[in-house]
Design a protein around this ligand. Structure first.
Ligand code: GDP
Length: 367
């Protein structure tokens, strides 16, 4: 399962968001084995209304959504790369995640102390980014010593890595993140291998005041983040209200909807946050739909049919013969598999077929 790490300075709303996310959406994630040992890890489902439409067509009662694991990574303060705060532990936790969600404070509240003085989301982003860049510089220096020796001894892979490290060092030294380095796909893969922190995709969650959520794009703090993202970062941002999400936890669905309506929104922003994380990682969904269940499967954009089949079971990939495919749009427009078949919209695809978002699939394979 995908892992996203929630980071941010103290008092920006990380824990509020994490607790709300994992408590309010926990019931929906009942199909997933829950990590109760580690209180900082929670499974959150990826909202996808399409699965519920397919449920009616497939005449089943069970929907198994896609899910992301969120990890609350506390303890980042200025100086973490030098071991301040939880320092190294914090950095080790970030190495393990696929994407980073950085919560930035965009609400003013004199009762909630801002550890850096006043509210300034761009400064906060820079504080955290600096720590991550410094940690990466350390990692690059260490690897450089190793690869230099190996490259001298004639190791070609080491020579390629060394060339990349030599490009990375001045880039990071200029305060820039690894994911903004112009790089070939091979170099991008290499950076993942080295587990550089700033090579990971980042989503900024702008935590706004409850009263600002409906008009968040006009919030000057959010606008500053938007501008920063446009000019500095290979990243995305999404406005959220951790407080609203926290208040929704104990409300029955009807009341929750009415509460949101009063605030002029459909969601606390958390659905967009989850979807955003999914999109940021270049992921998409395909479905299997039958009497037993409708299930959402997560794949990387561009994957071909056997690879897509492999997420269900490795046997599906190894013994792949054909995939029966109908698009979500065709199936829902025509109303049934039989009707789709009749209309010629039910296709048989081979090994070279590139899966599309929303494909409904059935695989034929050899055991
Ligand atoms: P963390 O240190 O980043 O984990 O921050 P917390 O989630 O513990 O939040 C710090 C304080 O800010 C708590 O008292 C929260 O109730 C408060 N807080 C979190 N989000 C909001 C918000 O959107 N508006 C306001 N006014 N307070 C918030």
């Amino acid at each position: 399962m995908l892992k996203a790490g929630i980071v941010g300075l103290p008092n920006v709303g990380k824990s509020t968001l994490f607790n709300a996310l994992t408590r309010s959406r926990k019931a929906e994630a009942a199909n997933y084995p829950f990590c109760t040992i580690d209180p900082n890890v929670g499974v959150v489902i990826v909202p996808d209304e399409r699965a519920y439409v397919l449920k009616e067509i497939a005449k089943t009662n069970v929907v198994v959504p896609a899910a992301i694991e969120f990890v609350d990574i506390a303890g980042l303060v200025a100086g973490a790369s030098k071991g301040e705060g939880l320092g190294n532990q914090f950095l080790a936790n970030i190495r393990e995640v696929d994407a980073i969600v950085q919560v930035v404070r965009c609400f003013e509240d004199s009762d909630v102390v801002h550890t850096m003085g006043g509210v300034d989301p761009v400064r906060d982003i820079e504080v955290i980014t600096t720590e991550l860049v410094l940690a990466d510089l350390d990692a690059v220096a260490k690897r450089m010593t190793k690869t230099q020796k190996a490259a001298k001894a004639g190791d070609k892979d080491a020579a390629a890595e060394l060339a990349l490290l030599l490009k990375l060092e001045p880039h990071l030294n200029a305060g820039k993140t690894a994911n903004t380095l112009p790089a070939t796909p091979e170099e991008v893969a290499q950076m993942k291998l080295i587990q550089l922190l700033t090579a990971k995709p980042v989503l900024f969650a702008c935590n706004v005041a409850e009263s600002d959520l409906a008009t968040a794009e006009q919030n000057p703090f959010v606008q500053k983040v938007a501008e920063y993202v446009r000019t500095h970062h290979d990243a995305a941002y999404v406005p959220i209200s951790a407080k609203i999400e926290a208040e929704l936890i104990d409300l029955p669905p009807e009341e929750a909807r009415a509460f949101l309506k009063d605030l002029g929104v459909d969601d606390s922003g958390v659905s967009s946050l989850i979807k955003g994380t999914y999109g940021l990682l270049g992921l998409q969904t395909y479905f299997t739909a039958g009497e037993k269940e409708v299930r959402c499967w997560t794949i990387v954009k561009g994957w071909k049919a056997p690879q897509a089949a492999g997420v269900i079971h490795t046997d599906f990939e190894k013994g792949f013969i054909k995939a029966e495919i109908v698009s979500y749009e065709d199936l829902t427009r025509l109303g049934s598999v039989a009707a789709a078949r009749e209309a010629g919209k039910y296709r048989l695809e081979g090994k070279e077929y590139v899966f599309k978002d929303g494909d409904v699939a059935l695989f034929r394979f050899n055991n």
